[in-house]
Ligand binder design. Sequence first.
Ligand code: XUL
Length: 543
Amino acid sequence: MIMDYFLGLDCSTQSLTGILIDFNKKKSIYSYSVNFDKDLPQYKTQNGVYISNGGKVVHSNPLMWIEALELLFSKFIQINLPLEHIKAISGSSQQHGTVYLNSSFESILKKLDSDKTLASQIINVFTRKTSPIWMDSSTTKECEEIRHKLGGMESTIKKTGSNTFERFSGPQIRKFFKQNYDDYLNTSVIHLVSSFLSSILLGKNSPIDHSDGAGMNLMNIETKEWDQKALDATAPNLRLKLPPLISSYEITGTISPYFVEKYKFAPNTLLITWSGDNPNSLIGIGLTTKGRAAISLGTSDTYFAYLKQLNVDLSGEGHVFGAPTGDYMGLVCYKNGSLAREKIRDRFDLTWKEFSKILKNTPPGNNGKIMLPYFFPEIVPLVLKPYVYRFGFDENDLKGNVRAVIEAQFLSMKLHSEWVREEPEEIYATGGASTNLEILQIAANIFNTNIRQFEVTNSAALGAALRSSKSYYDSTKKIVDWTELVSHYLEIQKNVIIKPNRKHSALYNDMLDVYKKCESFVLKDGGDPEQYRKDFIKKYFDK
Ligand code: XUL
């Protein structure tokens, strides 16, 4: 029997997941997640991160990711997964986070001893002990400085695909250079989370792929090369500290002997460049043609769509990243995703089942109660000081809060994704909260579009596994088409379609206007929205 297995890994904010797929049977045969807080309590993270400075500084621990990788592989061995039949591996990781390493990093990787743990051998290679990640919002000053040096917002967007954003790698690097100059000088390589973990498996420095590289404010979005002007605007001699850029489908080499000796991978297991979690999800959820968009409801909520053509958001809220197919993807990212939903659930001591029941039994439009849910600093719209604004209710209103947080999340998503001009014919839902049908029904009504739900919520790890199979077969000259490849896995996931209720969609269309007025009142000194909210209540609720 031919066994062609492929492994996809995903290092997200809160966990590290592995999915093994059997290419011939066209299905995923095993998946397992290591939870950082629970399985590695010695790192003392909360939801996978360390938060300080009033929520502005958010870091994680690169050594913890490495230990998680070994825990995951030990689990594979424990249940006798046939790791020797894995043909290729690729990975996914939270985007934007940066890892800072000294000159011994590569030489240590080249002579790892399989009798010792990875963590014990690389503990001294970090010039910055913890890594700033995508939740960090402490670089406003650096964003302004870089944007200014690049000639303002519009030219920054046209050059790098995005305005400067607090969580992007370039501003993170600039802050380090300014605040820890000596440590910056001692840094010989700066990796993204994706290229760092890719390097560990490879046993030498790995390149950064075009998809994840686009989230740095350092890569030219058209040429897909490091942009010298952006590098100069960020930190001195940065070019020398960054690995090269390559396409997301390129083979970077074979697995390091450390993993062959310790976990019995085949020595010729191919490694495919790692990428960001959103680009991987694009594949894992089957967005390989026009007219498809997705919502990913995880620690961050994201809305993203496949773009055949480069189309940037000149309003400065959205991003264009590379897509692993070699095309582009548009993305809008929210920090107040699952953690905001959990804040309300925990405040009222609810189970998710009770939470859903409330959604089911409360009216669309929430009797005009509107929330701006900035429990944490928000990315879109930019909110640096967290505060939860409530219009027409207060924090003790159980039902009002439950419905308000969900309606707010999707109203905001609809409002701020309008720049992705290609109207989706259907939206695919992934991520932990996508298992909740009540939540998806609200999304369907607000977007006035069918929402397709998947059983598999680990679309980023699945995407990485699928990418590795595509690159492997490309190298053997077997023709595998992207859309055909992903279609097999989508069928297997027995997806459910949630249809919008047209009556409720009309209500949400009106509510969107009121939501927009509330947002502009609070964030842009716009006019008082109260009269508009009252008119909305009169139209839909004063019967
Ligand atoms: C995307 C973003 C988040 C992280 C979460 O730009 O910042 O979605 O990738 O892991």
